[in-house]
Ligand binder design. Structure first.
Ligand SMILES: [Zn+2]
Length: 377
């Protein structure tokens, strides 16, 4: 028996209108920096959350100068605002980008150095991070329960920051906040949650503790994803998907991802594509090669209510991916990208941790074969 560890879990408050407890969770008199996705402005959501916290006695400054794939420069600007405001708490509201940025700001703001110095664990974070409350408005990335943030450098390279200082203290899962998410984003983010759980359960690092969260996330996605796409106002389905994403986050926080994320990141660095679609397409293409001699895929199939075999999982995964409406063909957007180019990109150092945690080792020829299936019409 080997030694395993389940990392700290944030306190999680979930249910319709859970956001009404934000002021109490931040603490009376808290000085809050609200880091929010600017896409939420039009719906009035940012004003609403700000008002909830002010009513509870918090002093709030708002930062919305971020984009999807947030940059180190934006993190530095937000950290400067946090210091100026004297913030003791960061509330991050939005999808993975806003959560990653908010988590980073809380970790780096106590010192004045750029967030860039902490990339790839090159320097330790300041000793006392600000409190972090993550309020996801999508159900997929799992950033709310991981101690990782992905930022983009000035040279466009994507780099990770990692550490317990980056992990949320409190997570608020309010299904009302995902209700207006359009079907194609509900689908792509939900597939991301599923791929997180499957990769965490089937890779080299999987253990009995992270499996608990991975398999429950798979069950929840199977039960709720298609319903959340077809009936966006179904709060039970929305709530189920928020738990699926949070549990998927716990699974990858402890065991990481695998080959579909290596391929998906490589694909995304060649041309823009939604991360959830990229990893969904990559998983579908890699499965015929990857299920061989890995009995954990049979357990994933079982969790989806399918026949408990590797083939059973391939069928179940393809079925949910197609039914979700995620576009599988890459032909239009990736015309001109060769399987060799995708394979070489996948082998780059920034994808190595994901690739090498895959239980079956992939040779260059294996990667080209999988890339051919991904890029095939
Ligand atoms: Zn992912």
């Amino acid at each position: 028996m080997s030694v395993i560890e389940l990392a700290r879990l944030p306190r999680i408050v979930a249910g319709p209108d859970a956001r009404a407890r934000l002021a109490e969770l931040a603490g009376g008199g808290a000085r809050v920096l609200l880091v929010a996705d600017p896409g939420l402005k039009a719906s009035g959501r940012i004003d609403e959350i700000e008002a909830v916290m002010r009513k509870g006695g918090a002093r709030v400054a708002v930062f919305t100068e971020l984009q999807s794939d947030p940059t180190i420069e934006q993190a530095d600007a937000a950290a400067a605002l946090a210091r100026e405001h004297g913030a003791d708490t960061v509330v991050a509201l939005g999808g993975g980008s806003a959560l990653d940025l908010g988590k980073t700001v809380a970790a780096v703001a106590p010192a004045s150095a750029s967030a860039g110095i902490y990339q790839l664990c090159e320097a330790p974070f300041p000793a006392k991070p600000l409190r972090k409350i993550c309020v996801p408005t999508t159900a997929g990335t799992g950033s709310e329960t991981t101690r990782t943030a992905i930022l983009t450098r000035a040279d466009h390279a994507k780099v990770w920051l990692w550490g317990d200082e980056i992990k949320a203290d409190v997570v608020v899962l309010d299904p009302e906040l995902t209700r207006t998410l359009p079907p194609h984003l509900t689908a792509a983010t939900g597939i991301d949650a599923l791929v997180h759980a499957v990769e965490a359960a089937t890779n080299r690092n999987a253990n009995s503790a992270s499996d608990l969260y991975a398999f429950e996330a798979i069950r929840l996605v199977s039960r709720h994803l298609l319903r959340a796409i077809e009936a966006p106002d179904d709060l039970e389905a929305r709530g189920g998907m928020l738990w699926a994403a949070a549990y998927g986050g716990v699974a990858i926080d402890n065991s990481g991802t695998a080959i579909a994320h290596a391929l998906g990141h490589a694909l995304g660095s060649l041309k823009p594509i939604h991360h959830g679609r990229a990893v969904g397409v990559a998983m579908l293409a890699s499965l015929p090669w990857n299920v061989e001699d890995n009995e954990k895929f049979a357990r994933c199939a079982e969790a989806m209510g399918a026949k408990a075999t590797g083939i059973g999982f391939i069928d179940a995964f393809e079925k949910i991916l197609r039914a979700s409406g995620v576009k599988i063909s890459l032909r239009e957007e990736f015309a001109g990208v060769t399987p060799e180019a995708l394979a070489v990109q996948t082998e780059r150092p920034e994808n190595d941790a994901m690739l090498s945690s895959n239980r079956r080792a992939a040779s260059r020829a294996d990667l080209i074969g999988i890339a051919e299936r991904m890029l095939a019409p």
